[in-house]
Ligand binder design. Structure first.
Ligand code: BT5
Length: 255
């Protein structure tokens, strides 16, 4: 694996399983010891892969990447919204690099290729912080059809050929590690710019939904600390990413 092995955090230790209930649960079970910082748990198959709000993650064996990273970030980085953004941008970069496909972030935790969900991210916080990533690499369309998931897709479906999962994994871990170390060094700018680009939201007309209300307008600022929406009246609304449940672009052309 590329990179400075001494300085690597994410992926300095990788543990593979044939089958687990959920890689997030396995990673969390190692959170009693901070020496496990950067541990990556990978499984070929999950029997109870989970999404947000008790939803399921379809985890057919051998077709995708199912992995979780255990981290003990310093206080200022202990923000699931930030770590979700890190993972989403890292996945988009790895998809572009390894599969030559352009990927976008659908707020807050999905990665889409040609409008289909190829990846879901689940960040959970307990003693440590766990970033769970499910990326459909070679899953055939029939598997999604059978599971009743018409909005799901895999990289191979759009690349037109199967991809080497190990190469995608290596690209993804390199991206995660490089950007996480920059965050630790208080250098968030590059990651923030990449995340902003992959969301495609800056300058777009959108609907923003928080748990309390819905707003419509143009996104005029998009950073890890502030999202600013300008209504047609000129009124500005400031949000922290944490309180936004959903952002739906109103003027994005179909991909
Ligand atoms: C997510 O939740 O998208 C987060 C999924 C995280 C899965 C990873 S796998 C490794 C780690 N271990 C775990 O146990 N979880 C993480 P959410 O936004 O709630 O979306 C869930 C919805 O995505 C489901 O209700 C389905 O509609 C859809 N879905 C399920 N499996 C899918 C798949 N393989 N590909 C695309 N969409 C899927």
């Amino acid at each position: 694996m590329k990179g400075n092995a001494d300085a690597r955090r994410i992926g300095r230790r990788i543990v593979w399983f044939e089958q687990v209930e959920s890689t997030n649960s396995v990673a969390a079970s190692h959170a009693h010891d901070t020496a496990n910082d950067g541990l990556v748990i990978i499984a070929e198959r999950q029997t109870a892969g989970r999404g947000r709000h008790g939803r399921n993650w379809l985890s057919p064996p051998g077709e995708g990447l199912l992995l979780s990273v255990l981290l003990f970030p310093p206080e200022e980085l202990r923000r699931p919204a930030l770590l979700t953004a890190l993972a989403a941008a890292a996945v988009c970069n790895a998809v572009e690099e390894c599969a030559n496909l352009s990927a976008i972030i659908k707020w807050p935790n999905d990665v889409l290729v040609h409008g289909k969900k190829v990846c879901g991210i689940l960040v959970e916080q307990g003693r440590g912080l766990v970033i769970g990533i499910g990326l459909n690499v070679n899953t055939p369309a029939a598997v999604f059809a059978e599971a009743g998931l018409p909005h799901a897709g895999s990289l191979a479906l759009f690349a037109g050929k199967p991809l080497d999962r190990e190469l995608v994994l290596e690209g993804l871990l390199n991206q995660l590690d490089a950007h996480y170390r920059k965050l630790l060094n208080d250098e968030p700018m590059e990651l923030e710019a990449q995340w902003r680009r992959h969301t495609g939201l800056l300058g777009s007309q959108v609907k923003v939904r928080t748990h309390a209300a819905e707003f419509q307008g143009r996104i005029v600022e998009l950073t890890f600390t502030a999202i600013v929406l300008q209504e047609s009246s000129g009124n500005l609304h400031h949000f922290v990413p944490e309180i936004i449940e959903h952002i739906a672009p109103l003027d994005r052309r179909p991909t």
